[in-house]
Design a protein around this ligand. Sequence first.
Ligand SMILES: Cc1cc2nc3c(=O)[nH]c(=O)nc-3n(C[C@H](O)[C@H](O)[C@H](O)COP(=O)(O)OP(=O)(O)OC[C@H]3O[C@@H](n4cnc5c(N)ncnc54)[C@H](O)[C@@H]3O)c2cc1C
Length: 308
Amino acid sequence: MSDYDVVVVGGGPAGLQATLTLGRMHRRVLMLDAGGYRNDPADLVHNFITHDGRPPAELRAMARAELATYDTVEVRDEAAVSVVPDGAGFSVGTGRGPVTTRLVVLATGVRDTLPDKPGLAGLFGTVAAHCPFCHGHEYAGTPIAVLGSHAHVGRVAAMLAPIASEVVVLLDGGELDDANAAQLASLGAHVRSEVVSGFCPSALGARVSFDDGADVEVGGVLIGTTFEQSAPFAADLGLALLGSGCVEVDVMGRTSLRGVYAAGDLAHTAALPMPMSSVLGSAAAGQMAASACVADLLALDHGVLAPA
Ligand SMILES: Cc1cc2nc3c(=O)[nH]c(=O)nc-3n(C[C@H](O)[C@H](O)[C@H](O)COP(=O)(O)OP(=O)(O)OC[C@H]3O[C@@H](n4cnc5c(N)ncnc54)[C@H](O)[C@@H]3O)c2cc1C
């Protein structure tokens, strides 16, 4: 007999919702939370109906309070150190020793690396952001900068055009391809080609300085980040990955390894054009993965198969 039906590794929106769903189905579930969240730099969560503008920590505290009302749910503020197959289930290592579980939901998220520009990290999550859906409206009516000459710069600028008083593209010494150059020209974007030397807070939002040329002041800055898995478990378990670096899952959150599910920023289906990272989307994925756990436990224990 395993200690738990399911161990959920991660206590962000994906892990919290997966745990709630499992608790509501009276499954023995342990949620482990190492205490670091992707949106730690952000002051507020946006684009989540009923929670638009709520501090991320407040959202998590509300979720924890809900979990506390379910008898079969256990929450520990500690990291998982290993996840290894063990008989028909898994052994999950923790600081207090290993626990055994029939199924595992990985909800460990990803971590961002920002462009290496002085002052940018201090603005990330408020004045600087990587997602126009999460942070864009907050800069409405001001000049909004888009940093970089990457393949999506025209697309990001076009998304911001209805929101900004002016879109300012910071090429940072890079060059535009023809398609992006045409897109930016059609938007009437203001393009600055000089190398960006840094960012600092200003009354409007941020002041951008250049190696050469006059500073520009903007209300917000959209940047691209690179990201990597927060935890090693996907690699340790040999899970199939997508080109994005995320774990490949089916629509129910099942990974390539039976008994292991993944939800939230660390995973997506191959059908998505890119990771569509969001708090609400992660919570939804957590609910799906937990539903798959319930379905698969029914099949294992009672031979009850989901409708084809
Ligand atoms: C600056 C910023 C602002 C954002 N703003 C918004 C916004 O306004 N609206 C929106 O919808 N989205 C926003 N996002 C995106 C959003 O934060 C993510 O999509 C969401 O947090 C992903 O949830 P998750 O549960 O997958 O991962 P996370 O929230 O990153 O949670 C990961 C969890 O895994 C845990 N963990 C990691 N390793 C271990 C381990 N070894 N053992 C145990 N636990 C572990 C962590 O402690 C954490 O509990 C923002 C992102 C950033 C970077």
